[in-house]
Unconditional design. Structure first.
Length: 185
């Protein structure tokens, strides 16, 4: 096929025909390397799809645990503390609780089994501050794709799913996600 496209050709068809013609001229070694690189690009797209699915599943897991904690709090601690209108939240004042301690409180009444890890098989972090005089504060978070918790201080809002590998945590506190991946595309 000639390297020029007719007016009826789509840009993709034209690009593929130019690539094929170019590969024929460059020889078998360059053609093989080009096909290898194209395979890496296809694998990168597949990894991205896997990462997006892992993000989706981790959000679901964090939500399920958070809802179970929320229901426990309603029944046992007078509800949860109201979140102030803010653009930031700091988890430092909410005590960490072990998965075993949390499981004793919420399994099996509020959740059948407590998920202890995210989709990347890394431990979730659970936080709960119970007060004799007021409502509880609750939090669940995942270190996300890189597994490293950013800090305890977060700007409230989503991050791009495309940027998930850049150290973004998935954080739920007192009934709301404060850090979550937004759907791209």
């Amino acid at each position: 096929m000639p390297a020029t496209a007719s007016r009826r050709s789509s840009p993709v068809t034209f690009a593929n025909s130019v690539a094929s013609a170019s590969l024929e001229r460059l020889g078998p070694t360059v053609a093989a390397l080009t096909l290898l690189l194209m395979g890496f690009a296809a694998n990168a797209r597949a990894q991205t799809a896997t990462e997006v699915e892992s993000l989706r599943q981790t959000v679901t897991t964090v939500r399920e645990v958070g809802v179970a904690m929320f229901r426990w709090s309603e029944d046992n601690a007078g509800g949860i503390a109201e979140m102030a209108e803010s653009t930031r939240v700091d988890l430092a004042s909410i005590e960490t609780i072990s998965a075993d301690e949390l499981a004793e409180l919420i399994v099996p009444r509020y959740i059948d089994e407590l998920p202890r890890t995210d989709s990347w098989s890394r431990n979730l972090e659970f936080r709960m501050t119970r007060s004799e005089t007021g409502p509880a504060q609750l939090a669940v978070r995942s270190g996300g794709l890189d597994g490293q918790l950013e800090s305890t201080d977060y700007v409230i809002g989503p991050f791009s799913s495309a940027d998930a590998g850049e150290g973004h945590d998935i954080v739920w506190i007192n009934g709301y996600f404060v850090r979550w991946p937004k759907a791209d595309g």
